[in-house]
Design a protein around this ligand. Structure first.
Ligand code: CAA
Length: 263
């Protein structure tokens, strides 16, 4: 499939989506969102893709938000459709059965911060800036910011960020639990790909179980979440990976995971 606003490639079992509109700081117009959705779908259907990395082209921005140039002509119905499109694409990212890493190389604002939040975890450059500046445009976040940000940083901090529209740096974002690790700009890409490659070699069934249990359990009460964990734990034992992992440990060798459900 060919794309105009993004790049998509697979390197050693790692799919990489690069939002590629650097002149507009990778702002998301509907075409770009549709293409991200198609690439996510493509990655999910490719047997060899075990991990996805999402990043932005150029050295200035991850994604500086939804494309504001479209806003003046938008009526409420179109705004609702645009918001729904963003929600659908970001939900598809979350629903992928393998890890997704947000590699944030610069501005991650508005819909860009929300895109990063839809990833399983975020690696950021020291130069990265995060924020939900929609309030300064007279609107609110539309691609999940009021919800995913709140679940990560708590109500009060999420309200402060969405009400003031202030930008925060990578280190503060890490202190808040929004970013997993911060790297120098030069080290960000290689470190992200190193982690992605290492995840690509782990057991697929177990990775999917971690993702689903934490995501679904996070929205459930403790008892329901623990029940999800027990079910997912037992499902791992239906995969060849669980046997291989234990045997490799006992035989003092590295495991070779196939991701299969049969031996
Ligand atoms: N939409 C459209 N174009 C954008 C854009 C956006 N979100 N962000 C940046 N650009 C464009 C600028 O218009 C500019 O284009 P021109 O060269 O043609 O004038 C180009 O990218 C470079 O931007 P700046 O000159 O502004 O660069 P800067 O370094 O001075 O500032 C910035 C960088 C602080 C990120 C600034 O561009 C900015 O504030 N951008 C808007 C951020 C924002 O408000 N994002 C939220 C959008 S709404 C949203 O996302 C809603 C939602 O939840 C779905």
């Amino acid at each position: 499939m060919s794309y105009e606003n993004i790049l998509y490639e697979v390197q050693d079992n790692v799919g990489v989506i690069t939002v590629n509109r650097p002149k507009a700081l990778n702002a998301l117009n509907p075409d770009t969102l549709h293409e991200i959705g198609q690439a996510v779908n493509q990655a999910g259907n490719e047997e060899n893709v075990r991990v996805l990395v999402i990043t932005g082209a150029g050295d200035k921005a991850f994604v500086a938000g939804a494309d504001i140039s479209k806003f003046p002509e938008m009526n409420p119905l179109q705004a609702r459709q645009f918001s729904q499109l963003g929600h659908e694409v970001y939900a598809a990212i979350e629903a992928l059965p393998f890890p997704v890493i947000g590699c944030v190389n610069g501005f991650a604002l508005g819909g860009g911060c929300e895109l990063a939040l839809a990833c399983d975890f975020i690696y950021a450059s020291e130069k990265a800036q995060f924020g939900q500046p929609e309030i300064n445009l007279g609107i609110i976040p539309g691609f999940g910011g009021t919800q995913r940000l709140t679940r990560l940083v708590g109500r009060a901090k999420a309200k402060e960020l969405c009400m003031t529209g202030e930008q925060i740096g990578a280190q503060e974002a890490k202190d808040l639990g929004l970013v997993a690790k911060v790297f120098s700009p030069d080290a960000l890409w290689d470190s992200t790909m190193e982690t992605a490659s290492s995840l690509a070699k782990k057991g697929r069934v177990a990775l999917r179980a971690v993702k689903q249990t934490i995501d679904r359990g996070g929205d459930a009460d403790l008892h329901a979440g623990c029940t999800l964990e027990m079910d997912a734990f037992s499902t791992c034992f239906a995969s060849g990976d669980a046997m291989e992992g234990a045997r490799a440990f006992l035989e003092k060798r590295k495991p070779s995971f196939s991701g299969s459900f049969t031996e």
